[in-house]
Design a protein around this ligand. Structure first.
Ligand SMILES: Nc1ncnc2c1ncn2[C@@H]1O[C@H](COP(=O)(O)O)[C@@H](OP(=O)(O)O)[C@H]1O
Ligand SMILES: [Mg+2]
Ligand SMILES: [Mg+2]
Ligand SMILES: [Mg+2]
Length: 347
């Protein structure tokens, strides 16, 4: 089955949302950053990006009802204290749509923006088609001026069938070994089931097909992990790396840009071991997962099972998530199993 039409819409939606985010990141005011009840940050760009993606998908795929599972909701924007923020978001969204030019003189009211953001309340599930959106994955990286990604995937009967990652701050050249890059930044990765993974610049250079690294000896391999210490147990990942004889230091960057970098072979492994009690969300992995698997990689949980996106907004991965190539997977799983057995249970 082809998802070409949906992929074209998704690439446009993610690119337009990324242009809104780039504009905000350049002039980010402290007042643009709020803290949600779960003590994680959200900015006008997270909301604006979600509104843009929802608007574009509705317009480009108007022949089917939109089912969107997305991270943000309008709870805080509907309060009196959210009025100014909503105005700011509405202005950003309308400027972004006007700059794009392909939707004529269309302008959204604040109520339209609230509706667009709240179209992301679908539960998803194992039947039918559901879009999955993280409007800014890596908000902490975004606020810090580092890596972040607009991550959009389509699930069909619980399986990711396409994924797009817009990574505005990711260099077009390899970031292997944290290489400082004087190259242009801004990558768009996209993949459709059975058709491989492609990368182009955000300003639309011709796409190149990408493939994960072919390195089969873990001593020659390097790994990505979250920048935020709170998001993954670095003591555990360094124990795993030691067991594998990895010499290179970890490359720590925010967001699913890690999946993008891995899909083009900048590194060979991505380890993510959240602390006990944390439940992963599907929007943090659906797009990155298919970008890596269509590039010839594998994405599994610590028990070696593929990620299951069919159970609503949560991923019930076992302990941690690993992305790598087929050659390295067996030795990684062995090192993970041994390291988990040796890990003090307090972590
Ligand atoms: N304690 C925790 N453990 C693991 N992941 C967490 C976490 N707290 C937040 N996250 C998730 O980590 C994501 C960022 O991934 P990374 O750590 O690879 O940059 C965040 O996405 P958002 O920034 O979209 O909220 C958030 O969903
Ligand atoms: Mg968040
Ligand atoms: Mg996220
Ligand atoms: Mg997010």
């Amino acid at each position: 089955m082809s998802y070409d039409k949906e992929l074209t819409a998704a690439r446009k939606a993610a690119s337009l949302a990324a242009s809104l985010c780039q504009k905000v990141q350049k002039a980010l005011l402290q007042s643009d950053v709020q803290w949600k009840s779960d003590r994680t940050p959200v900015t006008v760009a997270d909301y604006g990006s979600q509104a843009i993606v929802s608007f574009v998908l509705e317009r480009e795929l108007s022949d089917e009802p939109l089912s969107l599972v997305a991270e943000e909701d309008t709870g805080d924007l509907c309060k009196d204290s959210g009025k100014d923020t909503l105005q700011r978001i509405t202005k950003l969204v309308n400027e972004t749509i006007a700059n794009d030019g392909s939707y004529g003189a269309c302008t959204l009211s604040p109520e339209d923006v609230l509706r667009a953001i709240d179209s992301g309340r679908s539960e998803g599930g194992s039947f039918g088609r559901h879009w999955v959106l993280d409007p800014i994955d890596g908000t902490k990286g975004f606020v810090r001026g580092d890596q972040y990604a607009v991550a959009l995937a389509l699930l069909h009967n619980g399986k990711a069938v396409l994924g797009v990652l817009a990574c505005p701050n990711l260099p077009l050249a390899s970031i292997a070994g944290n290489a400082p890059s004087e190259y242009a930044v801004g990558c768009l990765f996209y993949a459709q089931v059975g058709s491989g993974t492609f990368m182009q610049s955000l300003d639309g250079s011709s796409p190149v097909k990408v493939h994960v690294s072919d390195i089969g000896n873990s001593e020659d391999a390097s790994f990505f992990e979250p920048f935020e210490k709170a998001h993954s147990m670095q003591e555990l990942t360094s124990a795993i790396a030691r067991k594998l004889g990895v010499k290179a230091p970890p490359v720590r960057i925010d967001s699913q840009a890690k999946y993008g970098a891995l899909s083009r072979g900048d590194g060979e492994m991505y380890f993510r071991f959240p602390r006990k009690g944390y439940r992963e969300k599907i929007w943090d992995h659906a797009a990155g997962c298919i970008v890596v698997t269509e590039a010839g990689g594998v994405v599994i949980d610590a028990a070696g099972r593929p990620l299951d996106f069919s159970k609503g907004e949560h991923l019930d991965s076992d302990t941690g998530i690993i992305a790598t190539n087929r050659k390295l997977m067996p030795s990684i799983l062995k090192a993970v199993r041994e390291s988990l057995e040796e890990k003090p249970s307090s972590c």
